[in-house]
Design a binder for this molecule. Sequence first.
Ligand code: PHE
Length: 441
Amino acid sequence: MQRGHWGSRLGFILAATGSAVGLGNVWKFPYTVGNNGGGAFLIVYLAIVLTIGVSVMLAEFSIGRAAERSPVGAFSKLKGGYWPAAGFLGVIASFAILSFYSVVGGWTIAYIFKSASGLFATADAETLGGLFGGFISSTAEPLVYHAVFMALTMGVVLGGVHKGIERTCTVLLPMLFIILVILAIRSVTLPGAMEGLAFYLVPDFSKINADVVGNALGQAFFSLSLGMGALITYGSYLSHKENLSRAAIWVTLADMSVAVISGLVILPAVFAFGFDPTEGPGLVFITLPAVFGQMPAGVVFAVLFFMLLTIAALTSSVSLLEVVIAYLIDERKMRRAPAAIGAGTLIFIVGIACSLSMGVWSDFTIAGMNIFDFMDYSSSNVMLPVGGIAISLFVGWVILPRATQEATSQGTQPFVWVKGWQFICRYVAPIAIAWILISGI
Ligand code: PHE
């Protein structure tokens, strides 16, 4: 069967950016900064993104395009042995991530309607916190939205590679970016925003410990869609004309900017309104309504914003599901439709447990975490970094000449950058990630 392909060069970059930019940037990043002490976390995060992050991304693109197979197939085609296990780990990670991701995607959809109904016309922390907490801990309502989000994800994936994923990204990502910038300007100019800005931008290095570094690593991998083969899969649909290193740099910078700007939207507002920066997964959903309340035509902005965020979430969830589907199509010879529907339904069922763990099942814990947090922690902080070690070792030690050909467009890239990338793949990434993982335990 003919494999899917991207329609154009820009199409691939947009789709990969669409995978990277999502709830990880707008929802997860601000509360992770809040939980990890602010500015110092930001610096560690940026350092990881600009060294290990961009290099592992280029490694994934290279593996994908060299093999033109799903992650599992790519490892077995290029080398075999135990390597395909790294691809399997990615399939499991994508299962785990999508199960809670889809729940949060559902919250985002719900907030489109809730803001439209004028429910949030207050800046009172307690009221907004109560509304959010009441919603996510209820049983049926979040499940309905979770189902809607998962159905939308399956719908896009069923449209196939080119038509479904690529077009969605072309218009909507730039729009999301613009609206975030407008929100950041509003938030930074709120009375009392300075304290939040200082928290976010002035590093207090005494706050750095093994946990903070581990969380920065997990956040970087999650946000850049690394370590589980999403970008191997996207690279596998790519023509040989594409300049991979340019794509990796662009996607990394775009993803990083959206995260940094989201921090500028949320954290100043958190302090201006007297919210708590360590609020956790609810932070964005509690803070943003208050910001919208302080804007002319706030309801319109709110509705537009949550719509765009839903779409950004979809372009990411699609890439998560695509990893499982590519495996089922390439290695299990399934057709796209049954693969998408079957995998989507199973993930939806796991997601039910994640959603209920916010309410009726909150007493059930694994390693001290509820199911939602466990899925998040085990995937972002463990599976993705382990996948990242495997990917960089594979590129750095097993297929280096081949991968270098791919990554450098047959050797036409500047020497310093190529050597730097090889050095990071061979030594820096595996050692640093392993060290961060071990010191976290
Ligand atoms: N990067 C996506 C986000 O920030 C989530 C994601 C993780 C997508 C891993 C694919 C693979 O929302």
